[in-house]
Design a protein around this ligand. Structure first.
Ligand SMILES: Nc1ncnc2c1ncn2[C@@H]1O[C@H](COP(=O)(O)OP(=O)(O)OP(=O)(O)O)[C@@H](O)[C@H]1O
Ligand SMILES: [Mg+2]
Length: 496
């Protein structure tokens, strides 16, 4: 079959890292081509080459049989290639309209020309975004709306090849449904779509074809989804079989370690009460926006507590800020680790060892270099963080490996109560397994673990007890032996 887009022997070498190793495959028009692989496998690098952001060390890109050389992203846009990045590329302080016009127009185009182009764009984007207001600042849009804006930008340039890099990682259910509808539309219009995701269910839902990368190499392309099972795909990705990614380990529950009573605060609209025992893992399930992250932030003192009490070891504690929370042995690994945690110009080692304690206390805590190295190497091995060395700048790691690094920071803490918000977001299946094992280990050591997840199978697979939230309130509680997808969803979904 003739492919509209062809990658031919693409290799990309960074200092100390071969990100892509002689990759060749083709993408057809009118199809959604999935691209999967572990964190650091080279997926984003390939898309960045396709977009002109990086140039390949060797190899060619062919579009419609014609060799293309992109020296920058503008070249790629002119060739009708658009990438919707893992990290969206909009300028938050500018308006929707300004972002649309930004950078991509011929320098000499006058005001009128821009005006007319903008009108065309507005019409297209109105079809994508329900409440599209050109004068709105982008920082006031939801992630979903921002994504629609990026897609709008692509359509404005009549893109024929559109690549999505983990587009759903921060979207609500409704936004995902909407995005899938748009992607299917684009496919039916004959565009060539590349879709990168760690969520296998999405790959099976939306893709017509799937390609697997491992360690920068093209492992296999399955031309038809019917020919591939979930297990086979995972096996090709990680190079070994993972029978049960959750690998649940039952534990003895100890005495009550942590409790909140009648707690209210920002985004927590009804009194919340729950407790966690030593050795227990409690999961909070709910749809995006149900108030789970807000609850954790209030407990951690990141947003103000309005009423209610928090107890650690039976003692009432006052938590006015994160410093106080950490002093009382409570630590939060935030949902948006990228915004809230990463220090891009520092090494992997520094990012792991700038502990949340030091981060918040800013006190002169004695640094033990050899301990730090030991801790770093432990987590690099344990979570399979793909990096040429512990001294690599974290900003040079792949998205998922940055996530693992920041998570390692929180897991290095000597605290008693771990609050983990979406701990496996953007993380590949092999590393997910290791993160669950670490959570069991923390619990076995007598800690209390509270985690938030929107991934239903993960909640069911890992939690000893599940709380469900909806609209800032707890709507139900189930023990591990009683959980099922139906029961959790019926408590999480808005009531008719
Ligand atoms: N600018 C850079 N400098 C140095 N190394 C880099 C750079 N960009 C990527 N790499 C390395 O190239 C490899 C591939 O990274 P890439 O971002 O393509 O992975 P990925 O498949 O997108 O992973 P993820 O699922 O985590 O997003 C990784 O080892 C990464 O550390
Ligand atoms: Mg990536």
């Amino acid at each position: 079959m003739e492919h509209f887009l062809e990658f031919k022997n693409i290799t990309k070498i960074f200092p100390g890292v071969k990100a892509l190793d002689d990759v060749s495959f083709g993408v057809a028009r009118g199809s959604v081509h999935g691209l999967v692989g572990e964190n650091g496998a080279g997926k984003s690098t390939l898309l960045k080459i396709l977009s002109g952001a990086y140039s390949p060390t060797s190899g060619d890109i062919l579009i419609d049989q014609e060799k293309k050389v992109f020296n920058n992203t503008r070249d790629a846009l002119h060739a009708k290639v658009a990438i919707i990045y893992q990290e969206l590329n909009l300028v938050p302080e500018l308006t929707v309209a300004e972002n649309l016009l930004l950078g991509h127009f011929p320098q000499h185009s006058g005001f009128l020309n821009k005006h007319q182009m903008f009108r065309v764009a507005k019409k297209q984007i109105e079809e994508l975004m329900e409440e599209f207001e050109p004068a709105t600042k982008v920082k006031n849009l939801s992630i979903g709306q921002r994504q629609m804006l990026e897609i709008g930008k692509a359509l404005l340039h009549n893109a024929e090849i559109i690549a999505f890099d983990e587009p759903t990682s921060s979207l609500s259910e409704r936004e995902v449904t909407q995005l899938f509808r748009i992607i299917k539309n684009l496919r039916d219009q004959g565009k060539a779509i590349i879709y990168v995701s760690h969520r296998m269910d999405e790959i099976f839902k939306i893709c017509d074809t799937v390609t697997v990368f491992r360690d920068g190499k093209h492992i296999q392309t399955f031309p038809e989804m019917q020919a591939v099972t979930h297990n086979l795909l995972v096996q090709r990705m990680v190079g070994r079989e993972i029978k049960d990614v959750y690998g649940y380990r039952p534990r003895q529950k100890g005495e009550k370690l942590f409790e909140v009573t009648q707690l209210r605060g920002k985004g927590v609209k009804q009194d919340i009460s729950f407790d966690v025992a030593r050795g227990e893992i409690v999961g909070f399930f709910g749809l995006v926006g149900a108030g789970r992250s807000e609850l954790l932030k209030v407990i951690f003192g990141a947003t103000p507590l309005e009423s209610g009490q928090i107890f650690v070891n039976g003692q009432s504690v006052s938590i006015k800020n994160p410093t106080a929370a950490i002093r009382h042995g409570i630590c939060l690994s935030p949902e948006d680790r990228k915004d809230e945690g990463i220090i891009p110009v520092r090494s992997v080692s520094e990012n792991i060892n700038i502990s949340c304690r030091r981060h918040f206390l800013r006190a002169g805590i004695f640094l033990n270099k050899s301990k730090e190295r030991e801790n770093t190497d432990h987590f690099i091995a344990k979570l399979a963080i793909k990096t040429p060395s512990r001294n690599q700048l974290i900003g040079n790691l792949s998205g998922g490996n940055q996530q693992k690094t920041i998570l390692a920071r929180w897991l290095s803490e000597k605290v008693a109560v771990f609050l983990l918000d979406e701990p496996t977001r953007g993380i590949d299946v092999g590393a997910k397994y290791e993160i669950y094992q670490l959570m069991y280990q923390l619990a076995e050591e007598g800690n209390a673990v509270v985690f938030v997840s929107s991934d239903l199978p993960e909640i069911i697979g890992v939690a000893d007890r599940v709380f469900v939230m909806r609209d800032g309130a707890i709507t139900g509680q189930l023990d591990r032996k009683d959980v099922s997808e139906e029961r959790l969803l019926s408590m999480a979904l808005p009531q008719a």
